[in-house]
Write a protein that binds this ligand. Structure first.
Ligand code: NDP
Ligand code: MG
Ligand code: MG
Length: 332
């Protein structure tokens, strides 16, 4: 069973006695920097020349310096810039500003897990990853609650890296909800697998295939959109609240029977065999290396796939239909 840690297991004074640099002020960065500050921690934000979020950080009362200055001043450096550029930011601004006894923190383990960043031996390397988007992390903190986090240590130079990670997690409200102990390897591999096989890749491919099947059989795209995409939210909300059981309690007996007999025909042994291949490519670094190569080549395939889906009948139909539903928020 997983090991869980709460407020009483974490000592906030550890992080209050350090100097923290939060590099990046996006979804996670703003939540960490503001909540740490409100928890009495000495925080500066490191942002690049021409950063769009700099003015917002300053407006919210934070001191913004360059990533190199932030890393030089601080002894706990949390890297919250997008994963594909972390190695470059590390090489250019952080590496030469690390001293023995410093701690390098991450919100996702990818760059450490696949060796794109190789920190020196005298530095603690730890992970504090909230299991929710940054805006929820901040809102929960302000309301006196927290988003559960997972935390782990890759390199324990000080011998106290996990206590430091728990203290940091307390500073952003994580221990109010609970912190689960993990490793960089487990966090990275399960995160990539989940988003690829189930949450993003699996779900969007399932929706598209269902929609195409109905439209190719001559049904109206608008009706197919409602049945295969729109209603998915209702189902997922029920699963989120009470697992498969609550979803099955809420839908009709006919829908429940169809779930049992048809689900395993759609997601079958072949699908699971493919999932195992996907997981193997995550574990052996194939996925991460391919993704970095694609990113560094200027995203040619990524842009091609993005464009193809923008023009898909599912998306053009959805754009029209969502205008009929005033309660659906289409803001990014
Ligand atoms: P965002 O894309 O939201 O934020 C990126 C931030 O980095 C922006 O403030 C951007 O500045 C800044 N930035 C870009 N380039 C540089 C640079 N060269 N130097 C300094 N700052 C730079 O990132 P996320 O918050 O989504 O992700 C951060 C980390 O958190 C990732 O490791 C991610 O995997 C992890 N994570 C994210 C979650 C999420 O909910 N999004 C959940 C859990 C973990 P500007 O825009 O001003 O130019
Ligand atoms: Mg992810
Ligand atoms: Mg229906």
């Amino acid at each position: 069973m997983a090991e869980l840690f709460y407020d009483d297991d974490a000592d906030l004074s550890i992080i209050q006695n350090r100097k923290v640099a939060v590099i990046g002020y996006g979804s996670q960065g703003h939540a960490h920097a503001l909540s740490l500050r409100d928890s009495g921690v000495d925080v500066r934000v490191g942002l690049h020349e021409g950063s769009k979020s700099k003015a917002k950080a300053e407006e919210q009362g934070l001191r913004v310096v360059t990533p190199a200055e932030a890393a030089a001043e601080a002894d706990v450096i949390m890297i919250l810039v997008p994963d594909p550029i972390q190695a470059k930011v590390y090489e250019e601004s952080i590496k030469d500003n690390l001293k023995d006894g410093d701690a390098l923190f991450f919100g996702h383990g990818l760059n450490i897990r696949y060796g794109f960043i190789k920190p020196p031996a005298g530095v603690d390397v730890a992970l504090v990853a909230p299991k929710g988007p940054g805006h929820l992390v901040r809102r929960q903190y302000e309301e006196g609650r927290g988003v559960p986090c997972i935390a782990g240590v890759e390199q324990d130079a000080s011998g106290n890296a996990f206590a430091l990670a728990l203290s940091y997690a307390k500073g952003i409200g994580g221990t109010r909800a609970g912190v689960i102990k993990t490793t960089f390897t487990e966090e990275t591999e399960t995160d990539l697998f989940g988003e690829q096989a189930v949450l993003c890749g699996g779900a969007s491919a399932l929706v598209k295939a269902g929609f195409e099947t109905l439209v190719e059989a001559g049904y109206q795209p608008e009706i197919a959109y409602f049945e295969c995409l729109h209603e998915l939210k209702l189902i997922v909300d029920l699963m989120y609240e009470g697992g498969l059981e609550k979803m099955r309690w809420s839908v009709s007996e006919t829908a429940e029977w169809g779930d049992y007999v048809t689900g395993p025909r759609i997601i079958n042994e072949n699908t699971k065999a493919e999932m195992k291949k996907v997981l193997a490519e995550i574990q052996d670094g194939t996925f991460a290396n391919n993704w970095m190569a694609e990113y560094n080549a200027g995203l040619p395939k990524y842009n091609e796939y993005k464009k193809a889906d923008e023009d898909h009948l599912l998306e053009t139909t959805g754009k029209k239909l969502r205008k009929l539903m005033s309660w659906v928020d289409d803001e990014a």
